[in-house]
Design a protein around this ligand. Sequence first.
Ligand code: BGC
Length: 306
Amino acid sequence: MPDRRRGVNLGNALDSLDGPGRPITAPQLELIRSAGFDTVRLPVAWAAHADPGPSYAIDPAFRRRVDDALDLAAAAGLAVIINVHHYRELMLQPARHEARFLALWRQLAGHLAGRSQPIAIELLNEPTAALDAEAWNRLLVPAWEIVREADRTVEVVIGSASMNGFEALAELELPRDPHVTATIHYYEPMPFTHQGADWIPGATFPVGRRWGTPDEVEAVQADLAAVRAWSDRHGIPVLVGEFGSHDRAVFGDRVHWTRVVREELDRHEFDWCYWDLTGDFGLYDLAAGRWRSELMEALGLDASGD
Ligand code: BGC
């Protein structure tokens, strides 16, 4: 993997639960690379493309789509972080879905780790609901073992419970393994970054919430300093696999928030991946065919070439 990763999520593509999702194309990946990113995080809704019954077989056509995306990332010179995304049934009924979750990794681990390209394997996006810290600490061990048995050194990325919340790092129990990275998602404060979002269970945050007072900036700095302290205490690197804000917020506030968060991530030497490329948190304006250059500048990247 690159020394430090600056990445973008390819969301709403292979993670789509309704329809095939956005296509992943060579020009798109080349654009990402030429803007200065070195990594893409590839969220994949494997569970939505696998047999519900005990063969748990992943649909071969879907596997090919994922392989094609991996080939394109490799051709563009981008490292990949690939995960199991949107496995809602596992969150709701962990005991019932444990065997199926592990069967997915049995089918995938050797294949992904064996690819001749820089790749990191993230066991599960955003454990939540009944998959609380205790249940997740138990389940992550056999999942990690499956990947580790397939490959001795491939990087395994493991997130905290509570939707990869940074405070839940305190409860995360990781195997002793020099090739494990912890991951969190950073969207604080949620009423700002998720204003107007309709997909948060039990909470719709009203639009109009501004962000950027000195106290609010300090709160972000304190959160991320706490993550650095956790990382130092445990000697485990941290990847911030998602951070971003909804386009219902005031654009200037989003740019400010993105800059402050990214500067802290860089100061603490965390790898990061922005959420996401073309969705409603997106860096790239699909309709206009160009980067949102102020957001890119806030990420320390230069989109002026397009
Ligand atoms: C989810 C997306 C969502 C984003 C921000 C991701 O983990 O997959 O659907 O837009 O988080 O909430």
